[in-house]
Design a protein around this ligand. Sequence first.
Ligand SMILES: Cc1ncc(COP(=O)(O)OP(=O)(O)O)c(N)n1
Ligand SMILES: Cc1ncsc1CCOP(=O)(O)O
Ligand SMILES: [Mg+2]
Length: 198
Amino acid sequence: MTLPRFYPVFDSADWVVRAVPLGVRLVQLRIKGQPDEILRAEISTALACCRHYGAALVINDHWQLAIELDADWLHLGQEDLDTADIAAIRHAGLKLGVSTHDHAELDRAVTLAPEYIALGPVYPTILKQMKWTEQGLDRLTEWKSLVGDIPLCAIGGMSVERAPGAFAAGADTVAAVTDITLNADPDARIQAWLKATA
Ligand SMILES: Cc1ncc(COP(=O)(O)OP(=O)(O)O)c(N)n1
Ligand SMILES: Cc1ncsc1CCOP(=O)(O)O
Ligand SMILES: [Mg+2]
């Protein structure tokens, strides 16, 4: 499977609706701490937009809602995997991305044969507190040698300027949050990402 090389991650359908018409073709909806009614509305809006533009929408965490709303893609971290029903997720036809941070997590992820494996944080991130320190580009190269044919996603502190190094190190796609959402001109930043990853 070949993934688009730019993979922005957003915390609302509004961001998805803003980014996808600009040319984004792989995007994640990562919403924390909202009730199911809000999540349903956000996922439905983002799904409709992505389907209209032919973009892939990845739902983070909320696997039951992803099944219920007939989403196509799901991202799960290691703690999410502890409680997720992988058989139900696969039976629903969902494609799966899995986070990894160390070799044990990588071994676990590979056994699930996901559609991509993410390694992070490649660089320090300000988005969330993590027990993991920066992994660095050499770790990406190591991961690339271990994942076989599974596409590799670099996440954590990624920027337009850092993306070429991640690709050179072995990433197939690069995910980013604050490089876009905290930029003074997010639309221009998205365009810069699209140009840099074309
Ligand atoms: C592309 C991508 N990679 C990693 C993550 C992190 O997932 P997780 O470890 O479950 O942490 P949360 O994002 O749920 O806080 C991701 N969402 N996307
Ligand atoms: C969700 C997540 N998982 C690993 S790093 C990260 C945060 C990425 O955000 P940013 O691109 O702003 O560093
Ligand atoms: Mg998660």
